[in-house]
Design a protein around this ligand. Structure first.
Ligand code: NAD
Length: 275
């Protein structure tokens, strides 16, 4: 596979495309991740919440690939914001790794008021060398602003719900201004909408002889967004990675830009406080 690397604000490289394993059953995760690595994926996005870090680690160990060939992200769950160091070590132990490439605060949980302290914990983890990069997920502008105001370290990434029906223009402009890379979760809207059936997508798919999913994923990567669509199927792993040998025209990009409904399918980051 031909997958470009992007450079984060701390100088680290990240493959622009990876595999997400949210809702991949633990029993299916090792096979899925092994298959992804075998076809050429080099970036895996997991989280403590997903309950499959051990299986991700087992797949990495079984792959025979050198550790520095694979980019691994995991995330600090909400209930662990007051114990980031311990929770991080538990994730490393489950993964069977001595470091990850990217560690994220999963949600801001403003109701708890502990995200800033958690961020200071992540800064210490990065300083220890056990997370090459650190960042956040589901942070809105005020949540990012607090970290910028109160600490010296700008998050390397913000991983947010992002797809053509929910384009987050203001948040993305803020991130760009501050050198924070954007990772899209739910890049295909998680199968919760008719996005892949929209005529604007179908027209571009026909014009390029690609699938609707490839058109939507190309729209993401053509703007510099990092994506890791979830699938457990080998043929879709290949399909979802074949994005870097064609380009959408300005008119096709504009037609997809026009689909924005500011419509999220996941939780509202200002309110989400799941424990
Ligand atoms: P997604 O948009 O990647 O959608 C996944 C769904 O799309 C699956 O049901 C799959 O069957 C289908 N699909 C995949 N490839 C397809 C194709 N080529 N054609 C048609 N359908 C296809 O949604 P997601 O899994 O929620 O998001 C991707 C990753 O983002 C997750 O696995 C996880 O790693 C991460 N994520 C993070 C958060 C967060 O709060 N930080 C939340 C959700 C997901």
């Amino acid at each position: 596979l031909q997958i470009p690397n992007l450079t984060l604000n701390d100088g680290a490289s990240i493959p622009q495309l990876g595999l997400g394993v949210y809702l991949v059953e633990p029993g299916e995760t090792q096979r899925t991740v092994e298959e992804a690595l075998a076809v050429g994926y080099r970036h895996i996005d997991t989280a403590a919440l997903y309950g499959n870090e051990s299986e991700v680690g087992a797949a990495i160990a079984a792959s025979g690939l050198a550790r520095d060939e694979i980019f691994v992200t995991t995330k600090l769950w909400n209930t662990d914001q007051e114990r980031p160091a311990e929770a991080f070590q538990e994730s490393l132990d489950r993964l069977g790794l001595d470091r990850v490439d990217l560690f994220l605060i999963h949600w801001p949980v403003p109701e708890l008021g502990t995200a800033l302290g958690a961020w200071r914990g992540l800064i210490d983890i990065a300083a220890s060398g056990r997370a090459a990069s650190i960042g956040v997920s589901n942070f809105e502008i005020p949540h990012l602003q607090q970290l910028l105001d109160e600490t010296e370290v700008v998050p390397a990434v913000n991983q947010i719900e992002l797809h053509p029906l929910h384009q987050r223009r203001e948040l993305r402009a803020f991130a760009r201004e501050h050198g924070i890379a954007i990772e899209a979760w739910g890049p295909l809207s998680q199968g919760k909408s008719d996005l892949l059936e929209r005529p604007e997508i179908a027209r571009a798919a026909a014009a390029h002889d690609r699938t609707p999913a490839q058109i939507v994923l190309r729209w993401h990567v053509q703007q510099g967004t990092i994506v890791f669509p979830k699938t457990v199927r080998r043929e879709r792993m290949l399909e979802n990675a074949a994005l870097f040998d064609f380009a959408l025209s300005d008119a096709e990009m504009a037609a997809i830009d026009a689909l924005d409904e500011q419509r999220n399918f996941g939780p509202d980051p200002f309110a989400f406080n799941a424990r």
